[in-house]
Design a protein around this ligand. Structure first.
Ligand code: 13P
Length: 346
């Protein structure tokens, strides 16, 4: 394992002003996204949609890396060259989702455990050959009546540690993603408590498995009220509780924390990113605070594209708009007024 190479990749992924585009929707998830715009989820439509995002001129100013799905890392663009080459030529680092999904945890109704460790070593070696330099594994923690259980957090932390260790062995930076889901009516206090508990267990497991933290990134949820909670906490409180939670539980050797958007409306995710980054700067947080958004960057371009090639320029413009705002937010330089820029430029 070349820890210097891993650390360099991890740092490049959280370079100033930049973050990650998560475009690794599984077959089921991308079908749901396409259903929402009445587009059939064929291999070519998935390719055309993702190629539209990857080739947006100037995207590389805001996006350091893209997380791909297994199909996409093997796909050629419309002109015949691999999509991966297009990303590399723009200086964007290709990454890959390597878990095989969250499945029901035996004996724990309502809880999930992420699978994908079987055969992972050769898969990681192949992804490295295909150009990937980082790998993502998503674990899911659900807040509900009597859950999460210690068993669920332990099982998911174990999976994350095993995958992280195998990724580093293969020369891939693990993006460790323990997502405490926003679904439900829980309070922000409960979310903070469960997030801290989860992170403590995850870092204990990473230590047990000798994962070199300098060559990793963390991809967590922001600490927020549940999506259906009444009186949801404002962005300023989200920021304080999020940064407090991470200061208590994430070692300083981790180069960066890249937040998922987790189904928040894109403007809400961007505002929260701005407040969190500002708070991080105010308290001298030891890690870069950045983004690894899926829906937060894609909702607007997806709804502009609508599967019509004629909409590609407008969809790319919409994508770049979200990238620019989220990059500003990551630097603590976003204001809600900037949301109007896209309409103004049309
Ligand atoms: P969202 O930003 O849409 O939550 O997606 C990020 C991701 O990669 C989830 O695994």
């Amino acid at each position: 394992m070349d820890i210097n190479a891993l650390a360099q990749t991890a740092q490049a992924l959280v370079a100033p002003a930049k973050g990650i585009l998560a475009a690794d929707e599984s077959s089921g998830t991308i079908k749901r996204r396409f259903d929402s715009i009445s587009v059939e989820s064929t291999e070519q439509n998935r390719r055309d949609y993702r190629e539209m995002l990857f080739t947006a001129e100037g995207g590389e100013n805001y996006v350091s890396g893209v997380i791909l799905y297994d199909e996409t890392i093997r796909q050629n663009g419309a002109e015949g060259a691999p999509l991966v080459e297009g990303l590399q030529s723009r200086g964007i680092i290709p990454g890959i989702k390597v878990d095989t999904g969250a499945m029901p945890l035996a004996g724990s109704p309502g809880e999930l455990v992420t699978e994908g460790l079987d055969g992972l070593r050769p898969r990681l070696a192949e992804y490295y050959e295909l150009g990937a330099r980082f790998a993502k594994w998503r674990a899911v923690i659900t807040i509900g009546s009597g859950i999460p259980s210690a068993k669920c957090i332990d099982a998911n932390a174990h999976g994350l540690a095993r995958y992280a260790s195998l990724s580093q062995e293969a020369g891939l930076v693990p993006i460790v993603e323990p997502e405490v889901l926003i679904d439900g009516d829980h309070t922000i206090e409960a979310d903070q408590e469960i997030t801290e508990w989860t992170l403590r267990e995850v870092y204990a497991a990473l230590a047990l498995y000798d994962v070199a933290l300098e060559g990793t990134l963390l991809k967590p949820n922001m600490v927020t009220s549940g999506s259906t909670a009444s009186n949801r906490a404002p962005a300023t409180e989200v920021a304080v509780r999020t940064v407090d939670a991470f200061m208590r539980s994430v070692p300083a050797a981790v180069p960066g924390i890249v937040f998922l958007s987790g189904g928040q409306p894109d403007d809400e995710a961007t505002l929260n990113m701005h407040e969190i980054a500002s708070r991080g700067m105010a308290v001298n947080a030891p890690w870069q605070l950045s983004y690894s958004f899926g829906r937060g960057l894609q909702a607007l371009p997806l709804n502009t594209w609508l599967g019509d090639p004629a909409n590609v320029p407008a969809a790319q413009k919409a994508y770049l708009h979200r990238c620019k705002l989220t990059s500003a937010a990551r630097q603590g330089a976003y204001s809600a007024d900037m949301e109007k820029d896209l309409a103004a430029s049309n």
